[in-house]
Ligand binder design. Sequence first.
Ligand code: 5AD
Ligand code: SF4
Length: 442
Amino acid sequence: MNVADSEVVYAIMEEAGYARTSDYKQADVIFLNTCSVREKAEQTVRNKLSNFSHLKRTRPHLLIGVLGCMASRAKERLLEEEKMVDIVAGPDSYRDLPHLVDNARKNLCAVNVQLSLEETYDDIIPVRVSGNGISAFVSVMRGCDNMCTYCVVPYTRGRERSRDPQTIINEIQILADEGYKEITLLGQNIDSYLWYGGGPKKHFDKASEEQKKNAVRFSQLLTMVAERFPMLRIRFCTSNPHDMTDDVLDAIASHDNICRYLHLPFQSGSNRILKHMHRGYTREEYMALIDRIHAKLPDCGITMDVIAGYPTETEEDHQDTLSLMCYVKYDFGYMFKYSERPGTYAAGHYPDDVPDDVKQRRLDEIISLQSEHSAQRNRSYIGRTCRILAEGVSKKNKEELFGRNPQGIVAVFPAEGHTIGEFIDVEIIDATQGTLIGIIKK
Ligand code: 5AD
Ligand code: SF4
């Protein structure tokens, strides 16, 4: 999400006459686009900022801005806490950045952390800076209304609002014209996408009959994109199990160019903890969803997020997490220790009472189980042929390309005259825990 947002920021700054440098030491303005989801992410930003202080000493006119979730969370306090920061801009105030830079130059207030009910940057065509020219992110909604108790996102990124589908199609058309081969539709809670031309999702009840009739849900958006761009590979994330509906699975099943891949965070396998977290589903409902995914989308790649050591988590709760992992056998997981985030419901109501050594041990157990599952899953591809989109040249061997299969697993194979951007049928002959090894199918 931050990569996509940074591309919007580049577009806004270019429009205002600024140019980009690839060497930050040459820059007159440096923006750090930040994440607050865990304490560690914020610590990384603080370390980066302190590295910039020497730069500021040698280049006194240099301006440093903190963008994104940390800006929303710390607001004006950031200017006091981090002396080298000149500009603070939250995720909904990027249009104001050129003005904030001017203000900072004049020593005026350069803070805007106002959250919006409408802003989706839908008319801005991002400047693609971070990719390989093959694969791009397209943001389709912003914010989240789910209010999971541990999560800072609803406070830092605001209420859920969806982007006009026509502007999404326009942006993808430009990418297709430029030769992109794959797009990933992005939203914090993408299955909750709902465009009706009337602002934030929470006001949908007040929409006119006409607006309700013409509303576009996520499965419809996905279908529109897949049918309009049959030559593109389409991915999306992130799905909240509570909001994922079967019509989305049906839309994937009916379109070959939508990847059989779902990122479906479960967070915990314990019903008691899931309820505590306000996740809105039980372990049994989650398992039933997994069963429906397997039935409708045989061979679908499934990845997850999980949190170890949420407040009050017992050994039994942790065992429930491990057993749910054994039920699903995820392809891959993003696995975290609970990190108390100031301002969240959990921080206000439940002490962070699982000792760090216990959290770490539980996380280690989760990681080692996931490693086994990833290795098993990758080995199951040996002998099969996968359609790989070549994304780059292997770092280890210039004669080899790497790319992903529809399930999102990376494969490495000898190039044999093929180049980046091609879809290639690759026969898998070996596998490690992280990578498939293949040869081109003759
Ligand atoms: N502590 C640990 N992990 C968290 N996540 C979100 N908030 C926290 C927190 N306070 C994780 C969740 C989410 C992912 C993006 O980050 O697993 O799905
Ligand atoms: Fe955070 Fe829950 Fe929203 Fe995901 S669904 S962004 S975890 S509040």
